[in-house]
Structure formats: C-alpha cells, structure tokens
Design a protein around this ligand. Structure first.
Ligand code: SF4
Length: 436
C-alpha cells in the first residue's frame, strides 16, 4: 500500500473548522497504517517539498473572503505546478467549496470539493484516493474526471458523527459545536443551504466529555459554536426548547465543576431575536458568564425583513432588546447595509431604529451585504453603504456604541460579485453529471 501524508492548511479565519477536520483525520489515521503523517501548516508548499510520501493530500477549509487572499492565490498556483512532479491531490471544503464547487475546481484549481459532512465524507474519500478507486461512491463531493465534472450523492445523516473540537497534538481548541445547520431561510446566508435545511444537535454525552477535557487541561472559558445560540434542542428550529437548553448548560456547568466560564449567545453563537424570551434568559443567566448577547437584526424595516426571509419582525427585536437590558445584558445588534431590494424608506427606518437602539445602550455592529455563493442572493449586486447610514453611524460612534467592518466588507462585496458573475458563466458552460 502506498504511503500518504495529509497536509492541512492553517488559516486564522477557518481555525474553528480546522479543529474538527484534524480530529476526523486523527481518528482516521488510527486504523490506517498507510497514513505517514498529518501536518497542520501555514506554509503548505514548503511541507509538500519536504514530503517523501507516495501520495500527498492537501486540504483547505475555505470561506469566500479567503479566495481573494494574495498569499492563498499564490500558494494554490505553486501547488498546481507541483502536481506535475508529485502525486498531489488538492481538496477544498468549507462554505465556499459548498457554495461554488464548480468554481472551486475550475477557477481555484482544486481536484475535489467537499460539500459538507466531513465525518462521513473525508474517510471514504481518502480510502478511495489511496486505493485509486472510483470516487462516485463517496457522498457529498464534486470532482473532476477528465473533462467531466461529477457530483456525487448528497447525504446528510440524522446525527453528527463523532468528531471533536480539539486535537491535543496540534494544541488547537475550538468552540464546541452544539448545533449544525439551520431551518431558517435568510436569503443571504449559506448555512441552511450547506446542510440542506437539516438541523442536528450534539449529544449531551459529547458536550460533557468535551467540557470536561477543556476543564482538565486548564481552559478557563468554554465557548459554543451554533448558527443560533439559544436554539439547542429545538425540534422545529422556530422556537426555543427551554428544557434542552437548560440540560445542555447544566451538563457543561457540571463538567467544569462550575469553575470555567461558559459563553453562549455571542460570537460564534449569536442568537435570533425570536429565541429571546423571559424563560430563556432565566436559564441562560443561571449559567453563562458573558455580559453581551449578539442578536441578528439585519434591518429595521419590516418590509425588508420579510423580503430577505428573516421570519421575524422588528417589534420582536424591541422585545428581545428590552428583556436583555432588564436581565443585565448588553445587546449587540448586527445590521446589514445595502441588502438587495433596500429602498430609501428602508434606509430611513433602519437608521432611525439603529440610533434608537444605540441610545438605549445597545452596541450596533454594521456589516455590508456580500452576495455569497450558493445563496438565493448570489446574483445580487454587492452592498453599497447609503450616505444616510454613514451619517447615522457617525452619530452612533459619538455615543461609543459602534462596531463592525462594513467599510472593508463593501470592498470585499465588489470582489465577490465580480467573481460570482464570472463563475456563473463558467457554471453554465459545464455539464454536471450527478450520481444518486
Ligand atoms: S442568518 Fe442565522 S437564522 Fe438566518 S439562515 Fe443563517 S444561520 Fe439561519
């Protein structure tokens, strides 16, 4: 059997998902003696040049902004050249590969795009690569076969198979993923589409084990990872499951013997406003240590909230904010400027709403709309910040209630839009063969 080295690209932006990928690879290598080494590297090219395995697999987890990173562009170019002299397979996963698999292969030069569910797909993919088998039986991938682009079966199991937020050997400790996927349909968001609107939760056993491990090795703060922090255990993903949420927090609390901090409801486990009510805050305030709660609002206009598919109105945000303040939390409210379909009236309303919230003591976190691949808004124009917003943001800044990277995102949105338009014409020029 040929020997294999797997090199995982390290980047700060995808560090949370890398922990899970590395844990899948560690588990995989236990029973596969042909895996010579698993390497986590910033400089992937250097590792490839040093490597003497028969097969080298290089894995990236990509978010769309990273495809404009000059260092990554250069590195991919060098890796494509190294394919001429090495048996090298380039694999991309993460939200960008899921949203634009064809562009990931044809424009970025990867051999295989993994769309989701690394726990199932990565071991089967590596087995198939090492034994030079047909990849058609590996679920959740898109790959090149000569001139053809092949998409295999979409497969999402009912539970999340075992993976871990940490790998001690690499000293990488990510927030605990307690929930995967979302049933809401916000049109700018990749998350529900990656997992095809299916939602799963981590078991209490796993959460206990992870918290316990973090506690024992001296990690003083437990953070959680979830698309909607207070939704743990919710059956329909539309309303909170208080009992399940309490069990999860109590389990964590017991695992750390009440001595580590628990952080839920702020990055990377922000919450929807319709999941904030008195019962939820009673439970949360018993266990969590954060003093801020991050809430996705996006716009102050009910018309626009409805158009972008948020599934809640602005009145619900007012109720959530008042409750958070009553319980002693500072609400941090996310707004997106330049959403598709935004009118002058929406801008007026949103500006007024933001200012009102800032005066109540909320932090306003501004974002610019970016048309992400794989979303219903991928063809939309990039977000532009209306002058009225700039004026309002200046006022909010004076109140010292402003955060966000909306300026940088405005530039990035332009680049993404240009990329998507080029990718769309490429997508229409290739035939995707699908296997089910
Ligand atoms: S923005 Fe949040 S609630 Fe909306 S679809 Fe995405 S993850 Fe779900």
């Amino acid at each position: 059997m040929k020997s294999v080295t797997i090199i995982v690209k390290y980047s700060d932006l995808s560090r949370f998902s890398l922990a899970y990928v590395l844990s899948i690879l560690e588990n995989y290598s236990i029973s596969r003696r042909f895996v010579k080494n698993i390497i986590l590297a910033r400089d992937v090219v250097n590792e490839v040049l040093k490597c003497d395995s028969d097969i080298i697999v290089v894995m990236y987890s990509l978010m769309t902004p990273q495809i404009f990173d000059v260092e990554i562009i250069e590195e991919l170019k060098m890796l494509r050249d190294l394919r001429k002299t090495h048996d090298l397979v380039l694999i991309a996963g993460g939200p960008h590969a899921s949203g634009d698999p064809v562009g990931t292969l044809l424009r970025l030069g990867f051999d295989i795009a993994v769309l989701r569910e690394g726990e199932i797909t990565i071991p089967r993919l590596l087995d198939a690569l090492v034994s030079y088998e047909d990849l058609r039986d590996v679920p959740n991938i898109v790959y090149r076969d000569g001139e053809k682009i092949i998409k295999t079966l979409d497969y999402i199991p009912d539970k999340i198979y075992t993976s871990c937020p940490y790998v001690d050997r690499f000293r990488i400790y990510a927030p605990l993923e307690i929930m995967r996927g979302c049933k809401h349909a916000c049109k700018y968001c990749q998350t529900p589409r990656i997992y095809m609107f299916k939602v799963r939760y981590r078991s209490l056993d796993e959460i206990y084990r992870w918290c316990r491990h973090y506690y024992k090795i001296g990690i003083k703060t437990i953070r959680y990872l979830a698309p909607n922090g207070f939704a743990y255990g919710s059956k329909d993903c539309k309303r909170p499951n208080i009992k399940a949420l309490e069990n999860m927090l109590k389990t964590s609390y017991e695992a750390v013997e009440g001595k580590s901090k628990l952080v839920l409801g702020t990055f990377p486990s922000e919450v929807r406003p319709d999941f904030i009510n008195r019962d939820v805050l009673e439970v949360v305030s018993k266990y969590v240590d954060n003093k801020k709660i991050s809430i996705g609002v996006q716009t102050g206009s009910n018309r626009l909230l409805n158009y972008i598919g948020r599934g809640h109105n602005i009145e619900c945000v007012y109720e959530a904010v008042d409750l958070c303040l009553e319980y002693g939390y500072t609400p941090c409210l996310d707004f997106i400027f330049g959403l598709p379909g935004e009118t002058e009236e929406d801008v007026e309303i949103t500006s007024k709403v933001m200012l009102e919230f800032a005066k109540k003591g909320c932090i306003i976190r501004g974002h610019t709309f970016m048309p992400l691949p794989g979303t219903p808004f991928e063809n939309e124009k990039p977000g532009k910040i209306h002058p009225k917003y700039l004026e309002t943001l200046r006022e909010i800044e004076k109140l010292k209630r402003l955060e966000g990277y909306w300026r940088e995102q405005e530039e990035l949105a332009e680049k993404i839009h240009k990329y998507i338009i080029e990718s769309l014409s490429l997508r229409s020029s290739v035939t995707l063969e699908c296997y089910r």
